[in-house]
Every structure is written in C-alpha cells, then in structure tokens.
Design a binder for this molecule. Structure first.
Ligand code: HEC
Length: 202
C-alpha cells in the first residue's frame, strides 16, 4: 500500500514538473472557452455578408448622439432658432457652462492651440506646420483678415462645426462648448493682433 502511494506521488510530481518551463506553439488548453474565441470582424475588414462589403456599419440615418447631444438649436448650429442667420455673439449660456468668461477664453486658447494651430499657427496667421508642407494647402487665410474679423460668432462656430471648402469639420474632435470657447478665443486673438498704438489713448 505504502509503495503504491509513493509511486503515485512520485508520478504526479513528475507530471506537474514536466509541464513547467515548456515552450509550446499550441494555444493553451481552456476547458471552458467562455468568450475567448468568437466570430468577429477586425476594424476596416472586408465582409461578404453586407452588400457594400464593409464590416463597419454607419449609424442609421437620423441617429442622435447621446454623448454629443445639444438640446439648444442655436448653440448646436450657431444660427438663430428661426434659421434667419448666424448669431452675432457667443451664447451667454456657454460662459456659464464653462465657469465664467475668463475660464471660457482660457479653455478656448488651450483647445485652439491643440486643434487649430497645426494649420492656422498660434497667432492665427495661417502659417502652421501643415500649411508649410510643400504642395500642402495652397493658401490658408489669416484669421485677421478684415472679412473674418467681421463675420458673426455663429459663422465661426459653424466653420469649426461643418468645415469650409478645404478645411475639414472639427465637430467629431471638439465638443460643442469647446467650439464656442475657441470662437471666444479667436475673437480675443483678433482683438490683440488688431490693436494699434492709438487705442487706449485718451
Ligand atoms: C488641417 C488644417 C486646418 C485645421 C487644423 C484648421 N483649419 Fe481652419 N482652415 C483651413 C483651411 C485650408 C482654410 C481655408 C479654406 C478654404 O477657403 O478653402 C481654413 C479656413 C478657416 C477659416 C475661414 C473660413 C472662411 O469663412 O473663409 C476659419 C475662421 C478657420 N479656418 C478657423 C479654424 C479654427 C477655429 C480651427 C480649429 C478648430 C481650424 N480652423 C482648424 C485649414 C485648417
């Protein structure tokens, strides 16, 4: 009996020890596979299942984003509620949402430096890194052009939201409140660059 137990014991130790340190090309054995392997598509993959052969599906038309939902139409579009034109100034609700006018402009500066300077540069002169790439953008406007100093705040907001001609939309990267904050900062930038020596004199 004792000998039998000893042999069984030795055998099991050998069994366990022989597994350690082994390198195996085989996938590990999972008795219960759970969700380790399942059929799925990789991003951008081909799929014979769908008519257009794309595995990535677009949201159904009219889908409303839960993360980026803005109930106020004017804030969402930069236009008056009756769609008669662009609002002239940043809606007051934005400063309140962002902790006051100063915080709003600071936030705008931070976001502008992240999202706009690659093309428009920190001063807004249209000489950012991307603009200087040979054969890159043919011409970037200066944000200090007389025309852009005059356009309503709502139009600047819509420019960031929808893009304009060569400029892509930044709606996906920059949430609504931040887009307005950027508009407030662009105004501050225009004011600072447009200042002349006579201003402020009595
Ligand atoms: C990838 C480069 C790029 C980035 C980043 C970019 N823009 Fe532009 N932007 C352009 C180009 C190019 C134009 C000129 C569009 C045209 O006239 O074809 C332009 C034009 C504009 C105009 C003038 C629109 C008009 O009415 O003519 C404004 C205002 C503007 N951008 C603001 C911004 C702001 C604010 C940001 C940051 C959220 C930004 N842009 C980010 C490339 C960029």
């Amino acid at each position: 009996m004792n000998r039998l137990l000893l042999t069984a014991g030795l055998l099991s130790i050998c069994g366990v020890a022989s597994c350690r340190g082994d390198v195996s090309e085989e996938p590990p054995i999972h008795l219960q596979r759970n969700m380790f392997s399942q059929e799925r598509y990789d991003p951008q993959a081909f799929s014979p299942f769908f008519e257009d052969n794309r595995s990535m599906r677009s949201p159904v038309e009219g889908t409303v984003s839960r993360e980026h939902y803005e109930a106020d139409d004017t804030i969402a579009t930069g236009r008056f509620a009756d769609n008669s034109g662009y609002v002239l100034t940043v809606p007051t609700a934005i400063a309140a949402r962002l902790g006051g006018p100063d915080k709003m402009v600071q936030r705008g500066q931070e976001r502008f430096n992240i999202y706009c300077t690659p093309c428009h540069d920190k001063g807004g002169n249209g000489r950012g890194t991307v603009a200087r790439v040979p054969n890159g953008f043919a011409k970037l406007p200066s944000l200090h052009d007389a025309r852009l100093r005059e356009v309503p705040d709502g139009q600047l907001f819509a420019t960031i939201t929808n893009g304009v001609r060569m400029m892509p939309s930044y709606a996906a990267q920059v949430p609504v409140n931040d887009r307005w904050a950027i508009v407030a900062y662009v105004r501050a930038l225009q004011m600072s660059q447009g200042a002349n020596n006579d201003q402020g004199k009595k």
